[in-house]
Design a protein around this ligand. Structure first.
Ligand code: HEB
Length: 724
């Protein structure tokens, strides 16, 4: 196998396993509540029967918005609103919630309200947003289960923009809360954070580029350091970092400029004094602070004395009103580098006219100079950004539209198809990043059984049919609800050409399916063909098991598809088809775990799928690794029986880089089987072995087949949001 692929996908030199550094490393003393979630006990107090979509539909949406609007100007003494308006604060909160999204694995983002939990609640970049969330508590309490925290954060951002006269494009609810920190997300491998001097992740001089899937340049940041890379106030280098990180978040340059300028049309930065007087972040703050952190002993610690980023000042003269002032001030003035009272480097207009100065946030009679961060200066200094910034300066309507659309995308990018959006403000327009799928029709029972017979008589093998259906459905990821069988994008670029899909074979199978499908959509027919094959394989193994099928999928076209945006979804490894493109710095079995997690599989589901797919003959490239059976195409538990057979002795193939193994007859040197790491891990890892043993046991042959069918159907239907 080849050398580890550079920067891909989950860290290289600094590699510390699939998850890198986690909350347990940062806060070893945090209360280990996960001992109560052993054996699958859910920490969700709402219980399994709670239907958030239904609860949301019963909310008085306009009353909620009115309450949020009133909150904007209801300043509380424990965290006084700048300019008497919390709007900018809530916009920053919503943006930092949504802004952790990254395209590579679809993780991060606003869709589960993770800002409440570690590590996000304590990232330096989220400084003082604990207060913004806490300001919302009376409203959350009032509306209860009908509005999730996750929806409330984004809606508060939207209402904030509206209440200051800014443009919005719409709002879709439907982000269901979770009650624990996500544990499946890699945030980086570094020991230190941005405020502790961790090295920046992008540095061409040191041949460092941003490792996948990360989208921030230092641990603890949402994107870039406002003061420039590693604190170096160089707008051009900042532009470089902004481009990379915002692209990782699915934003093109125009969207990036619109978002940043639109966001910084509002509010101010906070750096009133010595940042060393700011206390611990929420996760490690004193118990009496009741979950809040960053308690500051600089003067009153709040209002005029607040310290967050350490930068100080507003971007524009009208910080609580939508305006054209950001680009006007950016271009009308030359800027010089100055230091804030907290010592941060920032840019100040030279010879600023009094009318262009900002009001003091807590003393309206007083005027103070406006400011720009190094990241803002990038929008003027970088040649590519400058073209866009000048266009927006000269065409305010274009800026408004671009900001509203980019904000909507930012906040909804990780919600999946439009079918998942709830509420009266869902925009009618279809947007290409929603991966739209035209509505499908339910085929009749007669059509379904006619197609099943026809496809099973078509001469295609069980393995070929199973592989095509798996290729189609298994792109699904629960992180951002993208992918899946609906739309049949497996027959479009780029998916039809992915190496893991064996393009030539796939084309042949799809053509056969197309010829026989009658009125079925391709998306339905591909799944049905695979399911018919599974049913036949079970029957041939001696089990009469019906594989449930629910039709109604639609077929997307190339015009419905942003092909480039699917590139990130190409599996670099797929344990289910025993496929590995290149050896990674992360162990291949960890990549398997990652894929299983994105598919939403449990340990038994993962185990039974691997064992079943192997004996059905679903390996990419038709390899024999892990095909521990002499009756390929029958749904038997042979995989587990043979894997755990003590008469087989496994040895690594020296040239394989620890990826390939041969199983010999223990007595002699007769080769029995070949396997990969993702096979042997089911015998070597104690927990996977315990599960594999169940499926290898006498009396569990049919249980194996039934469990496989259940897990298969779960994957086939993973993206059927139209059904619930
Ligand atoms: Fe921002 C604020 C940075 C983007 C919106 N910011 C802010 C600050 C800083 C920043 C530093 C301050 C904080 C304190 O408080 O101190 N940003 C930044 C950066 C970036 C950004 C670097 C990238 C380039 N933003 C952004 C976006 C948005 C925003 C995209 C939206 C859309 N911000 C914002 C706001 C604010 C801020 C609204 C204000 C807040 C208050 O006022 O509180």
């Amino acid at each position: 196998m080849n050398a580890p692929e550079k920067g891909c996908p989950f860290g290289k030199d600094r590699f510390r396993g699939l998850l890198g550094r986690t909350s347990k490393d940062w806060w070893p003393d945090a209360l280990p509540l996960d001992i109560l979630t052993q054996n699958g006990a859910s920490p969700d107090p709402m219980g399994e029967d709670f239907d958030y979509a239904k609860a949301f539909q019963s909310i008085d949406y306009q009353a909620l918005k009115a309450d949020l609007t009133a909150l904007m100007t209801d300043s509380k003494p424990w965290w006084p609103a700048d300019y008497g308006h919390y709007g900018p604060f809530f916009i920053r909160m919503a943006w930092h919630g949504a802004g952790t999204y990254r395209t590579a694995d679809g993780r991060g983002g606003a869709n589960s309200g993770q800002q409440r939990f570690a590590p996000l609640n304590s990232w330096p970049d989220n400084g003082n947003l604990d207060k913004a969330r806490r300001l919302l508590w009376p409203i959350k309490q009032k509306y209860g289960a009908r509005i999730s925290w996750a929806d409330l954060y984004i809606l508060a951002g939207n209402v904030a923009i509206e209440s200051m006269g800014g443009p919005v494009f719409g709002f879709g609810g439907g982000r269901k809360d979770v009650y624990e920190a996500e544990r499946d997300i890699y945030w980086g491998a570094e020991d230190l954070w941005v405020n502790e001097g961790v090295q920046t992740r992008i540095d061409p001089d040191k041949d460092l580029d941003l490792e996948n899937p990360l989208a921030a340049i230092q641990m603890g940041l949402i994107y870039v350091n406002p003061e420039g890379p590693g604190g170096n106030p160089d707008p051009l280098q900042s532009a470089r970092d902004i481009k990379i990180t915002f692209e990782r978040m699915a934003m093109n340059h125009e969207e990036t400029v619109a978002l940043t300028a639109g966001g910084h049309t509002f509010g101010k930065t906070h750096g009133a004094g010595d940042a060393s007087l700011v206390g611990a972040a929420p996760e490690s703050a004193d118990i009496s602070l009741m979950g809040l952190g960053w308690s500051s002993s600089f003067e009153t610690g709040v209002g005029a004395h607040a310290i967050t980023s350490g930068l100080e000042g507003a971007w524009v003269n009208t910080p609580t009103q939508w305006s054209e002032n950001f680009f006007r001030l950016l271009f009308d003035y030359d800027y010089e580098l100055v230091r804030s009272p907290a010592g941060a480097q920032q840019w100040q207009p030279i010879n600023q006219k009094e009318e262009d100065m900002a009001p003091d946030a807590h003393n309206p009679g007083r005027k103070v100079p406006t400011m720009m961060t190094t990241a803002d200066m990038a929008l003027k200094v970088d040649p590519e950004f400058r073209v866009i910034s000048e266009k927006f300066r000269d065409d305010h309507e274009a800026f408004k539209d671009a900001f509203a659309r980019a904000w909507f995308k930012l906040c909804h990018r990780d919600m999946g198809p439009k079918a998942r959006y709830l509420g009266p403000e869902v925009p009618a327009e279809d947007l290409i990043w929603q991966d739209p799928v035209p509505a499908g029709n339910r085929p009749s029972d007669g059509e379904v059984s006619a197609f099943k017979s026809a496809i099973l008589a078509s001469g295609l093998s069980i393995g070929e049919l199973v592989k095509a259906a798996w290729a189609s459905a298994s792109t699904y990821r629960k992180s951002d609800f993208r992918g899946g069988a609906n739309g049949a994008r497996v027959r479009l670029a780029p998916q039809k050409d992915w190496a893991v899909n064996d393009p030539a074979e796939l084309a042949k199978v799809l053509a056969k399916i197309d010829g026989l499908r009658g009125n079925l959509s391709m998306a339905d027919a591909i799944v049905l063909a695979g399911s018919a094959a599974v049913e036949k394989a079970a029957k041939d193994a001696g089990f009469a098991i019906a594989v449930p099928f629910t039709g109604g999928r639609g077929d997307a076209t190339d015009a419905d598809t942003d092909a480039e945006s699917f590139d990130v979804m190409e599996p670099k490894a797929d344990a289910f088809r025993n496929y590995l493109a290149t050896k990674h710095s992360v162990k291949t079995e960890e990549l398997m775990l990652d894929r299983a997690s994105l598919l939403g599989l449990s340990v038994p589901e993962l185990t039974v799928l691997i064992g079943g797919l192997r004996v059905l003959g679903a390996n990419a490239g038709g390899t024999s690794h892990g095909v521990f059976t002499n009756r390929v195409g029958q749904l038997t538990n042979d995989y587990f029986v043979n894997l755990l057979d003590m008469d087989t002795l496994w040895e690594v193939v020296d040239t394989s880089g620890d990826e390939e193994f041969i199983g010999y007859d223990r007595g002699g040197r007769t080769e029995r089987w070949r396997a990969t790491r993702t096979d042997l891990i089911f015998g070597s890892n104690s927990q996977l072995r315990a599960t594999a043993e169940v499926y290898a046991e006498k009396g569990h042959e049919e249980k194996f087949a039934r469990d496989f069918v259940k897990a298969w159907v779960k994957v086939m239907n993973a993206d059927r949001f139209d059904l619930s």
